[in-house]
Design a protein around this ligand. Structure first.
Ligand code: ATP
Length: 226
């Protein structure tokens, strides 16, 4: 009997929005994951420092996930001092779940295409499967041409034709999944708020209420990343 994989979904979540939540919900259901663990990053190694504190981003993820039995929120990267690398987080999770349990690292296509810039990215494959969700602006037929050669090699060699293959081994495969195409990004939401335009219906109301109460994202960003 196989043990259902655990989904691991990291990100900056600055702030969390419906694009993130649909990804977690749809991949959790379509791949029959035991749970999706959402792990907000602490000090991000790949991008300009976010405008709000890691604790505030964590709190918004908690509000967004509340009441959904499929989702859990893991605060380890926020509590860790220094940069939180995904490879270290996965190694810790691997230690706690044991060698046999499948782990699935969930990523949007844009994040996957950047994978070769991540710390010790090759080691990710020995720790987890990678599940790539489609994202507007990153059509699957453009992926191979947008990947650097070393990543394209891994992608071609590890792609599983059968998504449920992630139940059959602990790590090492790549699966792609189509999800509801929601062209929502955190930067779009930050930008709306800074311009005084409501981002309502792009993110859960409790998250927007938290943003308003704490007066977050009121200034225009200096270091826009997309
Ligand atoms: P920003 O606009 O600040 O770059 P973002 O909206 O891309 O942020 P992140 O926290 O950087 O959000 O993303 C976390 C993960 O969620 C990444 O794997 C990313 O690819 C994925 N993701 C974010 N938004 C979407 C979306 N609308 N559809 C599919 N995947 C998404």
């Amino acid at each position: 009997m196989s043990i259902a994989p655990i989904g691991v979904f990291g990100g900056t979540f600055d702030p969390v929005h419906f694009g993130h939540l649909r990804l977690a919900q749809e991949l959790g259901e379509s791949l029959r994951l035991a749970e999706v663990r959402i792990i907000p990053g602490g000090t991000p190694p790949h991008r300009a420092a976010p405008q709000v504190s890691a604790e505030q981003r964590l709190e918004m993820v908690r509000l967004a996930a509340a009441g959904n039995p499929l989702l859990s929120v893991d605060d380890r990267e926020v509590l860790r001092s220094g940069p939180g690398y995904t490879v270290d987080t996965l190694a810790e999770l691997r230690q706690s779940v044991g060698a046999a349990r499948p782990l699935c690292l969930l990523l949007g296509a844009d994040a996957f295409l950047e994978l070769a810039t991540w710390h010790r990215w090759h080691d990710l494959f020995s720790l987890a499967h990678l599940v790539i969700a489609h994202r507007p602006g990153f059509p699957p037929d453009s992926w191979l041409s947008r990947m650097p050669e070393p990543l394209a090699r891994e992608y071609s060699a590890r792609l599983l034709r059968q998504p449920f293959g992630v139940h059959l081994s602990p790590a090492g495969g790549i699966v792609t999944q189509s999800i509801a195409a929601l062209d929502i990004s955190a930067s779009m939401i930050r930008d709306s708020l800074a311009r005084g335009v409501s981002p309502r219906y792009l993110l859960p109301d409790p998250v927007l209420n938290y943003i308003r109460r704490n007066n977050l994202y009121v200034t225009q960003e200096v270091n826009e990343t997309r």
